[in-house]
Design a protein around this ligand. Sequence first.
Ligand SMILES: Nc1nc2c(ncn2[C@@H]2O[C@H](COP(=O)(O)OP(=O)(O)O)[C@@H](O)[C@H]2O)c(=O)[nH]1
Ligand SMILES: [Mg+2]
Length: 223
Amino acid sequence: MEDIKTVEIKEDILSRNNAGAQELRESLIRRKIFYLNVMSSPGSGKTTLITELVNRLKSTYRIGVIEADLDGAVDARTIARETGVKTVQINTAGACHITYQMSAESLEALGADGLDVIILENIGNLVCPAEFDTGSAKNLVLLSVPEGDDKPLKYPLMFEVASAVAITKTDVSGIFDFSAERAVKNIKKRNPSAPVFVTCAKTGEGLDALEAYIKSEIEKIKL
Ligand SMILES: Nc1nc2c(ncn2[C@@H]2O[C@H](COP(=O)(O)OP(=O)(O)O)[C@@H](O)[C@H]2O)c(=O)[nH]1
Ligand SMILES: [Mg+2]
């Protein structure tokens, strides 16, 4: 019988990505640039929350936003219109995640060196983006009320790689069978150390606390 050789491509791709991302992270921190990677399911409120956060932070910091999508520039246009900050759109042509190279090229296109804070809205997906380190200093993961409080149990890696988690859309809690207490318990099972913020971009609930957390992480890099 023919001897078939098996090549572990995924492991190789991931370890190369991790090494490149680590270098990128160190380089950004050396240059005192805070890079925040925002991840969640499609429609869980990333663009809306990023808009709110940028509008709160932009008087203190020079901010840029990278919007990653499979196709189109809808979110980049929204962010540019609603915040006025420098924004670039990257399209992955169908890929479900962005690699550290895509991340590095986008930072270059944005002009990272003139900025204090860069926020990346990653592809909407609870699986692949968690596997691909982008070189960010911190990962903010969103869990919206309509998705259900069990998602941290079903998508463990996404919650394991989170530096912080924001539960979003609490204004619709009454319509969905969502318990913030259960969600926090499930998040803590995956990641005991990540702070969890209970937020709503529409009512402003929890945004002061989330803004304070992000500011304190930015200032750690600026020291
Ligand atoms: N009720 C409610 N809707 C929200 C909230 N945040 C975002 N949305 C809506 O959810 C939809 C998807 O939001 P978007 O920010 O585009 O999510 P993204 O796909 O993760 O970027 C939009 O119709 C938003 O207006 C919220 O806090 N409460
Ligand atoms: Mg979006």
